[in-house]
Design a protein around this ligand. Sequence first.
Ligand SMILES: *Cc1c(COP(=O)(O)O)cnc(C)c1O
Length: 390
Amino acid sequence: MNTATASNPVLPLAATEGTKVPFIRLDSAFPELFAELMETVERIAGKSAFTLGPELERFEGAFASFCGTEHAAGVSSGTAALEIALRALGVGPGDEVIVPTYSFIATAEAVSTVGATPVIVDVDPETALITAEIVEAALTPRTRCVIPVHLFGRPVEMDPLLALCRERGIAVVEDACQAHGALYRGRPVGSLGDAGCFSFYPTKNLGGWGDGGALVTSDAELDAKVRLLRSHGEGVRHHHELATGTHRLDTLQAAILEVKLRHLPDWNQRRRDAAEALRAGLADSSSVVSPAPAAADSDHVYHLFVVRCAHRDALRDHLDSRGIASAIHYPTPIHLQPAYAELGLKRGDLPVAERLASENCSLPLFPAIEDWQIAEIVAAVESFEIPADN
Ligand SMILES: *Cc1c(COP(=O)(O)O)cnc(C)c1O
């Protein structure tokens, strides 16, 4: 059964007729879980308890303990989590925030929406992540914060970055939107910096049935500020300390996420197993390079399995002809997006990310992927012939 359809906006890369391996399958792949989630929706709807309340608090407690932090606050999206983290830390106009160009645009957007200036930097060619060296070269007296992104589920090398930032009083906000549950030297990502930001967009490793996010921290004062910022600056009922708007995680989403969180360790392990099977199958490939595995003392939760291929577009056409979906994360680095034209960065300025953007190809990888589907992907890549006119 494949319930994914092109008309479902949550599944933009979903299967069409003839697809053997869709890009992703969500909760409908697990009928028992799906039934439990439907019951959860019914239970919450029956109580008409749609905002804040004990269901949200229960999920927040469970997510904080999953992340190894004292606090977790549910918010309306991963982007809102980043934005609120920056606001709570007092980052605003006149401040610079260092962000990698190879990420989803939200990482930079959050900086812009609080009125600060994103300083967009390149990434390491091996890991596609920022490093302490890259950040150090971009520091100025106005640098207030750095946002390392644990892209595709692989943790950034945090210890040198944290040391660099602590020495200079620079805040670190982790963008862990693609890395729920990944461990860096035994510690969960999100718990390493001043605050950790998560997205529960449906396709993320932990996804809701709509938009959602969370901000985790062990700093009680920061958490209290976040709670004000997410809901009309309202500490005590009808007493508004700050003008901030509505950025809450819906109770319905929190209840769904609480059920799904129990499965996340198993799903992350399935992702790792699938990634290792793909890596083994593609080890001798002459056309693609598999992503670097996790560092020896770290962990990778494979939100995406992104290979590099010099003939990426031809490869994708070939996969498509064999019934295998694929995607590009991301075709355009942030510094070349129209939204950031004002920064004056041009093609050639951040060459590593530009090259990755032209070569990356995300292969299907999701917890419910089956062995025969992995074999199909490997066989399809193996049968790809590099176009003669190149
Ligand atoms: C998904 C994502 C976000 C934003 O999350 P939303 O919930 O969609 O707002 C931010 N950063 C990264 C790296 C992401 O992948």
